[in-house]
Design a protein around this ligand. Structure first.
Ligand code: BMA
Length: 404
């Protein structure tokens, strides 16, 4: 305990010089998109800002509690726990299909079970992030349907606006149903904070909301409408909003597979940016530099996102909102790539607040190891790195502020 206190004192000394405006802030005035966000939501933002400013990065995994490569729907199981010895600190979920009234999401994860797993992860002190592979509201096909233009049609005045509002309302209801019966940091029933990451990878043309499938100004309007509807019309107050362009498309001429255009990174990053009043998290999805093995580029994109986030008048949270090596074909990928490059990207201004790897769908499509996978020993080493935090290494509750 003495050690912990000393560490915390050191942390505060560091924060005092780097984040003066944050540390003296009462939780109510946290600089988030939703001024009426719950205390736990604002505390999460402030705590992640502080932890990441002192170079800590939380490790996350998509669908961690729902299934692994060789199991599905078994209470308590997690490929990350079974290989690293701890649950991840960040749990990613996706609500694609909720808008259709489906019982399960596009990957077969039952929504009632998802709510339960979200409660479990939160009760353990973890962070919840939700993306949305939303169906195309005009065609009814999935998110990858880019044949049918939709963004202009779902804006106010558009032919499918009413339907879009109904879909957003289904998410508002889901977010409002994410309640905790009480935790050590708040014994009363309360809402579980969520890092909400809609319309991800919008700078490429893969999804109906992305790239060539809409204009930048329509995208910005859609994002702003979405925030305002959830926050102001529906009174949803447990969300932080994450913006997450994909490095794969930050390639100047937009050619898929080209190298990331670092010289023009800032302009590429802010394509169709809805503005500081609408974004809490500066995310980046980076599979591009993993696939091309451009280590220096990967490190630099991290540094640049951290810098962009810290350069804002009111701080934003930098995050690697998606990354990972599919199938982990390099047994030492964790320490020689992810761990080393996060560590290497020393900006002097902190780190990405979290790094989330994608789902363990099958032996052909997984991003975390599973028992007996050859990358397990290296994953354990990565987990032991000082600045990489798994759930059992979180230094304090992220949902109360200031620290007790
Ligand atoms: C993709 C793949 C798909 C999945 C989708 C949503 O990247 O994993 O198989 O349906 O994410 O989770």
């Amino acid at each position: 305990m003495g050690l912990l206190l000393a560490a915390l004192a050191g942390l505060f000394a560091f924060m005092a010089c780097s984040l003066p405006r944050l540390t003296v802030r009462p939780v109510e005035s946290a600089p988030v998109v939703d001024p009426d966000a719950t205390v736990e939501t604002k505390a999460l933002f402030l705590n992640l800002a502080v932890l990441s400013s002192s170079n800590n990065t939380l490790f996350g995994h998509e669908d961690d509690l729902a299934y692994g490569v060789h199991w599905r729907d078994v209470s308590g199981r997690s490929d990350v726990l079974e290989t690293a010895g701890s649950y991840p600190a960040v749990y990613g979920w996706d609500v694609g299909g909720l808008e259709l009234g489906d019982e399960a999401n596009l990957d077969g994860v039952n929504f009632d079970s998802m709510r339960g797993w979200i409660r479990e992860g939160y009760a353990q002190g973890g962070v919840i992030t939700i993306s949305w592979h939303m169906y195309n509201p005009v065609s009814g096909e999935n998110s990858w349907d880019r044949e049918t233009r939709a963004v202009a049609n779902i804006l106010p005045g558009g032919s499918h606006h009413g339907l879009y509002v109904a879909w957003l309302n289904s998410f508002a209801d889901f977010a409002a149903s994410l309640t905790s019966p009480g935790t050590p940091w708040n014994p009363d029933e309360h809402l579980i904070p969520v890092e909400f990451r809609p319309f991800h990878e919008h700078n490429g043309s893969v999804f109906w909301w992305g790239g060539r499938n809409r204009t930048d100004s329509d995208f910005v309007q859609l994002w702003r409408f979405t925030v305002e509807h959830l926050r102001d019309t529906r009174g949803v107050h447990n969300l932080l909003y994450a913006f997450s362009p994909d490095a794969r498309f930050m390639v100047g001429d937009g050619t898929f597979g080209a190298f990331v255009d670092l010289a023009d990174f800032e302009a590429e990053y802010f394509e169709a940016y809805p503005g500081p009043a609408y974004v809490d998290v500066f995310g980046l999805d980076n599979y591009a530099d993993v696939e091309t093995r451009r280590r220096e580029d990967y490190e630099q994109t991290i540094s640049m996102v951290v810098s962009l986030a810290r350069d804002q008048e009111d701080i934003k949270l930098p995050a690697l909102t998606e990354t990972g090596q599919e199938r982990l074909t390099d047994d030492d990928w964790w320490t020689t790539f992810l761990g080393r490059l996060i560590r290497g990207a020393r900006t002097g201004r902190g780190q990405v607040a979290w790094a989330l790897v994608w789902r363990n769908g099958s032996e052909e499509h997984h991003y975390a190891p599973y028992v007996r996978h050859p990358s397990v020993p290296d994953f354990r080493q990565f987990r032991n790195q000082r600045y990489i935090l798994f759930e059992d290494e979180l230094p304090y509750h992220l949902y109360e502020w200031p620290l007790p």
